[in-house]
Structure formats: structure tokens, C-alpha cells
Design a protein around this ligand. Structure first.
Ligand code: N01
Length: 543
């Protein structure tokens, strides 16, 4: 395939993280002249940006990597069961070097807008420095949790001390030694930073609005034998993850928490708690995500663990979620989180019963009490899934932005891959893609797109564009499957990001597909087997 003289590139991918690297490799393989751009000054995407102390994967090394490159599989060695952020970044740099990707990646190149030209069937991608390029295919690899948000608390800009968001942590690091530190936000980011910085700081005020169910784990080194085993069995491990609803290489549990005696249930919970991390949610019982009673039994088990670990009963009680049950929020993996609250200089402040009223010049005011701080950390999350896509102007047919489309029509896409009105614009991990260990849908998505575009180029198909019917179907499927899980009933109570509940004013819609990664892949394969018919909307007559 050769680039038409009328365009600069066949494909432009925004984002140089896991998605951007996989897409560049796969699109190059079919001869597309591809450029990856990223606004940051390093590759790695989320792993480049999120460099707060304690950042690491919640997925285990054995299935948190690509399977498509034999060279990378053979030559890369992981050092920890749950690799640290810096190690994942090193891995991504290794991938970029080993697959010779760097020459087609432009860093420090932030996209301001991208505009589709109907007549030329081209996208013009405009960068912050005023330059632009044209491309036939435009692909977002911008990540699902990239648009960081700050809480809407009065006085947030008045604080005179140091202020950081976990997603914008300074690359040079932050010296917290001997300081009075406050932290707002206890999702997966907040709970990772807490145990790591606590030993350094002088006083630590942890402001908690909603407690989380955290499954603690240990983090052993990876032995040579283990690494060798993983290398030799990579395909099987990857296949297992691809066939699992949440993209983890685990055997899904076979029976309900309600089918066993209380003693047996406790024994199973205990053994999976000891394995730690995602083993608990995925391997105990098959209905912790679908049956409220079972999810509540898991919740009660974790509450009992909190009471065992945390010495002060009042603090243990505060740390125990009571307003929603297990799986109502994305369950983080802990590395000594609960134990941190046994340190004498760590104070948990309940902002649910008495809210934060103001951020002042000196610190944080809860009710009438002002907590004076040297440093205030926000781990307050993201405008998930859609935020990055609606933050920049992606203008499709008729100049309509994605933001306008989703605001006016509701969240609509075909399989989260493409949206009607946006010809030849694709999303890696778009909204309505699986709630999963993300490396799996990233790789499978890049491979799906490789086959789709190869087919399009070979068959003279000029436009890939979701049909309106496919969008209606997928929105209904996403809602139907989502509402069948406790992520709906409990997620609403917990104001979970996967329902859009964490962003004031955002419509309540499932941002992700909860029907299972393996089911999602079946839908993608079916779309392919049907000659991509659901992606071949006829151009409007007046276009
Ligand atoms: O964000 P979150 P996150 N006043 O939205 C609090 C992935 N991830 O960055 O629950 C007070 O989960 C908010 O409180 P509440 C992972 O998928 C993965 O931690 O709304 N508090 C909550 O505690 C994860 O799910 C990894 O009451 C306020 C917190 O901020 C996703 O990213 C690591 C507030 C936000 O939690 C997001 O995680 C890290 C206010 N006004 C992240 N506003 C790994 O895999 C918000 N909060 C390792």
C-alpha cells in the first residue's frame, strides 16, 4: 500500500502508550504509513504520566504485557509479580526499541483538534504548535483514564502550600519528608500512594468520603523459573486472559457464594484473600459481580479483614464501606493500605458525615476544623472513557464534535470502535469497550483494526463508519448487560466512574461494557465475519 500524494499519512494515532505502540506495529505490518503523536515528552501514555509514589499494576506481570512479539516475549524479564510504574515504563520503552517504533513517534506534539473533510475523505490533525498533518485514518489511543479531574471544593485555588494531582506528579519527584501532608481521594490511585508516603511524612491527614473494598496482596520477586514458565506458556496464558470476562489469566469460579456452607465460604474467601489482588474478585465465586447477596457476603468478609488488620476499632469501622457492597467500585489491589492506619501519625478523617467545606490558604477545612498542611495531594480520579475524547475537538461530518454527538444523542458507538458521523475515526478502548485488564482489549483491538483496514484497502472501501442501527444495538447491549451486574445497583450508590457518576453533570450511562471481554470479542469477530457491514454506513445523500 502506498500513501496517496494528497495526504501526509495513511494513519495517525494519538497517544504513545500501550495502544499507540500496538497500533503502530500492527498498522505498519499492513504497509500503512503511520504516525503516532503524543503531547508528552516520553512514551508510555498512562505510565508516563502517572508517576506518583507507589504506582504499580493491579494485574500480575504474566498477563500484563503484549503477546504478539516473540522477540519481546523472549527478551524481556519482569522483576515483580505486580510491576511498578517505572518498570512498566521501561517495558514500553523496550517494546518501542525492539520493534523499532520510535522513528514514527513524535513526542511533544499535542493535538488541539482533528477535522474531517468530507470531500477529500481526509482528517486534518491540528497540533498545539500551529502545525497540522492530513491522514486517511485517525485513531485515538488516548487512554481511558487520562483526563484528570479536581474536586469542586470552594477555595481550591487559594491553598498556598504545595499541591499535586496523582495524574500530574512532577517527574523530579516531591520531597515529602517531615511535612504535614493531606490527601483527598481513595480510589486505586489514592490507596497506592498512602502506604508508600506514610512512613516519610511528619503528619498524614487522609480525607475519606467513601471507603473502598481493597484486596491486599504481597508482591514477590519473579524467579528465573517463573519467568521461563511464562515465556514458554505465553500463548496459553494470553488466551486464558482473552477468554476471561475481565481479561485476567484466571479460571473463572464455577459456583455461587450462596451454594456453599458458611464455613466453606469463609474458607474459600480466606484462601483467595491470601492469594491477593484480583484473585479474590475473580476466583472465589461466580456471582460476586452479578448477585447482590453474594457481593454483600464478600463485602462482609473484607470488613472482617479490616477489623483484624486495623487496631483502632473506630478507624476500622470508618474504613469499612457500608453504603454499597463489593464490586460497587473498581476493586483496587492494596500493598499494606489498611496497615498504614496503625501508624500513630496517620489520621483518617471522615468527610462523609462532616464534609470538606473549604480549601483555605493553609489547608483543608472539615466542618469548622481546619487541618493545616504543607502539601495537599489530589487523587480525585478522571473523567473516564469519554473525557479525553470530548476534551479536544474531534469534528466529524458536518463539523459536529464527538462531544456534541454524545451530549445530544447519548453515548453511542459501534462496539466502542467507531461512531456514526466520524468516518475512518477509530478508538482503541473507546467508551463501551470492556471493563478489563486493558492490555488484552488493546492488543486484540489493534489486531482487529489491522485486519479491517487491510480488508478495506484491498477491497477499495473508502469509509468505515458505524451504522446508526449498530450504535442503537450496542448502546442497548451495553445497558442491558451492565444493568444485570451489581456494578449498576451498587455503582450508583458508590458514584462509580464506570457509570459516569463521579463527574458532576455527566449523564449516568455505562462508560464500559460489563458483558465480559470474551463476549465482546465474539461480537467483534462477528462484525468481521459479516464483512464489517455494521461499519459500512452509506454516506448521507447530501454529503
Ligand atoms: O480515581 P477514582 P482513581 N471530595 O475515581 C474522591 C484506574 N487505576 O484515580 O468515592 C472528596 O477511583 C472520590 O471519593 P468518592 C482504575 O481503573 C488503576 O483512584 O466519590 N473526595 C474517590 O475516593 C481506577 O478505578 C491503577 O466519595 C472526592 C477518589 O476521589 C481508575 O484508574 C491505579 C471528591 C477518586 O477515585 C480511577 O482511579 C490507579 C470530593 N469533592 C488507577 N471528588 C492500577 O491498575 C473525588 N473524590 C494500578
Amino acid at each position: 500500500m502506498s500513501t496517496s500524494p494528497s495526504r501526509d499519512f495513511d494513519a495517525v494515532v494519538i497517544g504513545a502508550g500501550f495502544s499507540g505502540l500496538a497500533l503502530l506495529h500492527h498498522l505498519r505490518e499492513i504497509g500503512l504509513k503511520t504516525l503516532v503523536v503524543d503531547g508528552e515528552d516520553g512514551i508510555g501514555g498512562t505510565w508516563w504520566v502517572n508517576r506518583y509514589p507507589g504506582v504499580r499494576t493491579d494485574s500480575e506481570f504474566s498477563y500484563y504485557s503484549f503477546s504478539f512479539s516473540k522477540e519481546v516475549r523472549e527478551e524481556w524479564t519482569w522483576s515483580q509479580r505486580y510491576p511498578s510504574g517505572p518498570e512498566v515504563l521501561e517495558y514500553l520503552n523496550f517494546v518501542a526499541d525492539r520493534l523499532d517504533l520510535r522513528k514514527d513517534i513524535r513526542l511533544n506534539t499535542r493535538v488541539d483538534s482533528a477535522v474531517y473533510d468530507e470531500d477529500a475523505n481526509l482528517w486534518t490533525v491540528n497540533f498545539a504548535d500551529g502545525s497540522s498533518v492530513t491522514t486517511k485514518y485517525l485513531i485515538s489511543g488516548m487512554g481511558v483514564l487520562s483526563q484528570a479531574i479536581y474536586p469542586d471544593i470552594p477555595g481550591i485555588d487559594t491553598f498556598q502550600g504545595e499541591k499535586y494531582h496523582t495524574a500530574h506528579w512532577p517527574r523530579t519527584g516531591v520531597d515529602l519528608a517531615g511535612k504535614k501532608v493531606g490527601l483527598i481521594g481513595l480510589g486505586a490511585s489514592g490507596i497506592q500512594i498512602v502506604p508508600v508516603i506514610a512512613p516519610e511524612v511528619h503528619e498524614f491527614f487522609v480525607f475519606q468520603r467513601t471507603p473502598n473494598f481493597i484486596v491486599e496482596t504481597t508482591n514477590e520477586g519473579v524467579s528465573t523459573e517463573e519467568m521461563q514458565y511464562v515465556r514458554e506458556n505465553y500463548d496459553a496464558i494470553y488466551e486464558k486472559a482473552a477468554n476471561h470476562p475481565f481479561g485476567v489469566a484466571m479460571e473463572p469460579a464455577e459456583f455461587s457464594a450462596l451454594e456453599v456452607s458458611p464455613e466453606k465460604r469463609r474458607e474459600i474467601f480466606e484462601s483467595k484473600w491470601n492469594e491477593g489482588g484480583f484473585h479474590f474478585a475473580n476466583e472465589c465465586f461466580n456471582d460476586l459481580a452479578t448477585n447482590h447477596e453474594s457481593s454483600e457476603l464478600a463485602a462482609e468478609f473484607i470488613r472482617s479483614k479490616i477489623r483484624e488488620i486495623v487496631k483502632d476499632p473506630a478507624t476500622a469501622d470508618l474504613l469499612s464501606p457500608k453504603t454499597y457492597s463489593f464490586n460497587g467500585k473498581r476493586v483496587p489491589t492494596g500493598h499494606g493500605y489498611y496497615n498504614t492506619f496503625n501508624l500513630p501519625h496517620v489520621q483518617l478523617i471522615d468527610t462523609a458525615s462532616e464534609p470538606i467545606t473549604q480549601i483555605t490558604e493553609k489547608g483543608v477545612k472539615v466542618g469548622d476544623t481546619e487541618y493545616e498542611l504543607d502539601v495537599l495531594i489530589f487523587a480525585t480520579g478522571f473523567d473516564a472513557m469519554t473525557g479525553t475524547l470530548t476534551h479536544i475537538d474531534i469534528r466529524g461530518r458536518g463539523g459536529r464534535t464527538l462531544r456534541e454527538k454524545w451530549q445530544e444523542d447519548g453515548l453511542k458507538s459501534n462496539l466502542g470502535i467507531n461512531a456514526n458521523g466520524f468516518p475512518n475515526f477509530f478508538m482503541s478502548l473507546g467508551p463501551q469497550t470492556p471493563y478489563s485488564n486493558l492490555v488484552v482489549p488493546i492488543q486484540l483491538g489493534a489486531q482487529w483494526l489491522q485486519r479491517a483496514l487491510k480488508w478495506a484497502e484491498e477491497n477499495g472501501i473508502e469509509r468505515f463508519e458505524a451504522t446508526p442501527e449498530s450504535e442503537e444495538w450496542w448502546a442497548a447491549e451495553t445497558e442491558r448487560t451492565g444493568k444485570a451486574t451489581v456494578m449498576y445497583s451498587e455503582g450508583k450508590k458508590a458514584k462509580a466512574w464506570f457509570l459516569g457518576e463521579n463527574v458532576p453533570g455527566k449523564a449516568e450511562e455505562f462508560q464500559v461494557y460489563m458483558g465480559g471481554g470474551q463476549v465482546y470479542q465474539e461480537h467483534c469477530r462477528r462484525a468481521e465475519a459479516e464483512g464489517y457491514a455494521s461499519f459500512l454506513a452509506p454516506a448521507p445523500v447530501n454529503a
